[in-house]
Design a protein around this ligand. Structure first.
Ligand code: KIV
Ligand code: NA
Length: 270
């Protein structure tokens, strides 16, 4: 593949090869993941992962613009999707369009992602009708942590499952090109995947989804404040980085760094 993927290309992957997704927040990480991913998400998880915020609620549109611009510079193949932060889209379809347009215009992202099911369907339809491809996000929606009462598995019980399937159908009907399912029991995620004609991208939702997404710093072992059950560490870069920093500190204190190969000779011998 030589051209950058479009939302329609992701939608067309339904029922085929799994959709491979990771987050990225910086140019070097975007370059690292680009060739291996179909979709790269500039997630509002950036607030917790790179800015040390306690939740995603404090993430601003300005932060998303800045990280989106950085990621765009590193991508040439994967589709770039950017999260709409808390407070930038819930008030009205008009508010959502104005802020989505700003994110797309200032970063070059070809699509936005927003959290919510049936109650966001009108907004999703409004955006799609005006040129903004939308990826939806249901199940555990971290921007609603305060009303959900914690980062719990969603869709429990017959009623919970029924409501989530209704959310998924409403999102598809509204024209979303894909939907993230976060922290959903695997059987329910499979049922939703079977019920929809758009790809489901799971995080903590089992292998039955049409694709998977992880926070890149989680899977690299760089973000170690906590580890949700659904995270698999494919690397331990945090451990490696700590060892490197410890080596550096030891060598500076021992005056063994810098060595002869790192220094510049004096022009005139004294
Ligand atoms: O912000 C984020 O990284 C996300 C993914 C975990 C889906 O929304
Ligand atoms: Na997010």
């Amino acid at each position: 593949q030589t051209r950058q993927l479009m939302p329609a290309d992701i939608a067309a992957m339904k029922g085929g090869e799994p959709v491979v997704c990771l987050t990225a927040y910086t140019t070097p990480v975007a370059k690292l993941v680009d060739a291996h991913c179909d979709l790269v998400l500039v997630g509002d998880s950036v607030g917790m992962v790179l800015h040390g915020l306690p939740s995603t609620l404090g993430v601003t549109l300005e932060m998303m613009v800045m990280h989106g611009q950085a990621v765009a510079r590193g991508l040439s193949q994967a589709l770039m999707v950017i999260d709409m932060p808390f407070g930038s889209y819930e008030q009205s379809p008009q508010q959502a369009f104005a802020n989505a347009a700003r994110l797309m215009a200032e970063t070059g992202a070809a699509a936005v992602k927003l959290e919510g099911g049936r109650h966001m369907a009108e907004t999703i339809a409004f955006l799609v009708a005006r040129g903004v491809p939308v990826m939806a996000h249901i199940g555990l929606t971290p921007q609603s942590v305060n009303t959900l009462g914690g980062y719990k598995v969603q869709g429990r019980g017959a009623e919970g499952a029924r409501r989530m399937i209704a959310d998924a159908r409403a999102i598809e009907e509204a024209g979303a090109f894909s939907v993230v399912l976060e922290k959903v029991p695997q059987g329910l995620a499979r049922d939703i995947t079977d019920a929809l004609s758009i790809p489901t991208v799971g995080i903590g939702a089992g292998a039955g989804c049409d694709g998977q997404v992880l926070v890149v710093d989680d899977m690299l072992g760089l973000f170690t404040e906590f580890k949700p059950k659904f995270v698999k560490r494919f690397g331990e870069l945090g451990v490696d980085a700590e060892a490197a920093v410890a080596d550096y500190a030891r060598e500076v204190r021992a005056r063994s760094f810098p060595g002869p190969e790192h220094v510049f000779a004096d022009e005139v011998k004294k």
